[in-house]
Design a binder for this molecule. Structure first.
Ligand SMILES: [Zn+2]
Length: 327
């Protein structure tokens, strides 16, 4: 023991005699610790989600003529490691930019717009870090032009980020549904709203979460009044983020969860996005964790509900590609 104390004293003495060297050693230790922590934020740690009671399956009486179609407009490439904790750095994921057309007798609704005609110009408005290599397909406005009977009467973005609203500019005069948080978020002109705010003459049609709780979410908004399309607030990725439940005449149900998670692993493992991505976006971790728990609980209890992360190309497999449709 005496020897140990003596050694410690002499070490401290040497530290005092060589302050620059000691400072450098301290800095190196700090840097190494920060590096190890940063690497750990990409490690495959299972997200701890709370237990949720989602209640009864909400009623829905969709009209027989209602159907949905998927309209892919392209993809952008992202390493799996940046999409969810535990993802591989060598595996590249093609992030989907896909809209969903809901055909309904009361008017067709477009959920997210994918890439629009002017995506190249819009990308220049974004920080360079967000400008991933992308592959462009046909914009939705041009896909719809082939079938004149399909007329979009409203656009419902899952949130205001560029990759979900890029095509809004192609649908001038068509109202964009926006909730209270969305009006504040877009009105703040903050990061993430650059592209939407660059459009001129967008007609926003406000909606409110005036309905009761829905599958564990505290409130809801029924778009058509028949339970076929119900929006719930799911802030976290952005303040205006929503989940759109679409309930088809066949009994099949979908939850379009936007960017709550980017790939299915976010729900199935569950795994959150790496810290760096959450930090850069400014996500609210606690809100996201709760929403993930609700969606996991709802899909586990009611297997007729399929959750679709907006950027997971595999998730869209059960939805017919436009102009075919799923009922
Ligand atoms: Zn997105």
């Amino acid at each position: 023991m005496a020897l140990a104390i003596g050694s410690g004293n002499s070490f401290l003495l040497r530290m005092r005699r060589r302050p620059v060297r000691s400072a450098l050693i301290g800095l190196a230790i700090w840097f190494l610790a920060a590096l190890l922590w940063f690497a750990w934020t990409f490690a495959p740690i299972r997200l701890d989600v709370p237990k949720i009671d989602v209640g009864a399956l909400p009623p829905a009486t969709p009209p027989a003529a209602m159907s949905i179609s998927a309209l892919p407009t392209g993809t952008y490439q992202t390493p799996a490691a940046l999409a969810f904790r535990g993802g591989s750095w060598t595996e590249k994921r093609a992030f989907a930019a896909t809209g969903i057309l809901v055909r309904h007798p009361k008017g067709d609704l477009l959920i997210d717009t994918g890439f629009g005609r002017h995506v190249e110009r819009q990308l220049k408005l974004l920080p360079s870090l967000q400008q991933s290599p992308h592959h462009l397909g046909t914009p939705i406005v041009d896909q719809l032009a082939r079938m004149p009977s399909d007329t979009v009467t409203a656009i419902l973005p899952t949130h205001a980020h560029w990759d979900h609203i890029s095509g809004v500019d192609d649908f001038r005069g068509i109202p964009v549904l926006v909730n209270d948080a969305g009006q504040r978020f877009i009105g703040s002109h903050g990061e993430g709203t650059e592209v939407l705010n660059s459009f001129h003459g967008v007609i926003y049609r406000p909606y409110h979460f005036d309905g009761g709780s829905y599958l564990g979410f505290p409130s809801s908004h029924d778009v058509y009044g028949d339970g076929s399309v119900v929006i719930v607030p799911a802030p976290g990725h952005t303040p205006d983020s929503v989940i759109v439940f679409v309930n088809l005449p066949s009994g099949k149900r979908y939850a379009f969860i936007g960017d709550l998670v980017w790939q299915m692993e976010g729900l199935t493992r569950p795994a959150e996005k790496p810290w760096m991505m959450r930090f850069l976006i400014g996500e609210d971790r606690s809100e996201i964790r709760t929403a993930i728990a609700r969606i996991r609980a709802a899909t586990a209890l009611y297997p007729q509900i399929t959750a679709i992360p907006a950027h997971d190309t595999r998730a869209f497999a059960s939805i017919a590609i436009y102009p075919a449709s799923t009922r």
